[in-house]
Every structure is written in structure tokens, then in C-alpha cells.
Design a protein around this ligand. Structure first.
Ligand SMILES: [Zn+2]
Length: 55
């Protein structure tokens, strides 16, 4: 069975300006959940929660 994947942005939630720190990732097409990952943000200079944002 094929699994379609699509690309999404993970955007830092700690930044004053949303979208400054972005990571690209991918997830399954029909996944209902929102992706949230702790990533290092060079603008916050710490690990911050990055939340999914659609392309
Ligand atoms: Zn940040």
C-alpha cells in the first residue's frame, strides 16, 4: 500500500515574528494530528516548540 506524503513547515512558536525559524518536514497525507516538535531555534537561541504550518 502506498503512503502519500506531503511537506509541511514546522514554525517556531517562541519567536516574536512567526515563521522566522522554519524546518521542513513531511508527514502522511491523511494524518489528522498536528505535528509538534522541539527543535533548536537560532533566533530564540534555545530549543523551542515548533508547530506545523501548511505550505
Ligand atoms: Zn524561535
Amino acid at each position: 500500500m502506498k503512503t502519500k506524503e506531503r511537506f509541511v513547515w514546522l514554525v517556531c512558536t517562541g519567536c516574536d515574528t512567526p515563521g522566522r525559524s522554519r524546518y521542513t518536514t513531511h508527514k502522511r497525507q491523511k494524518a489528522a494530528y498536528k505535528l509538534e516538535k522541539k527543535k533548536y531555534c537560532k533566533f530564540c537561541r534555545k530549543h523551542a516548540l515548533h508547530r506545523e504550518k501548511k505550505l
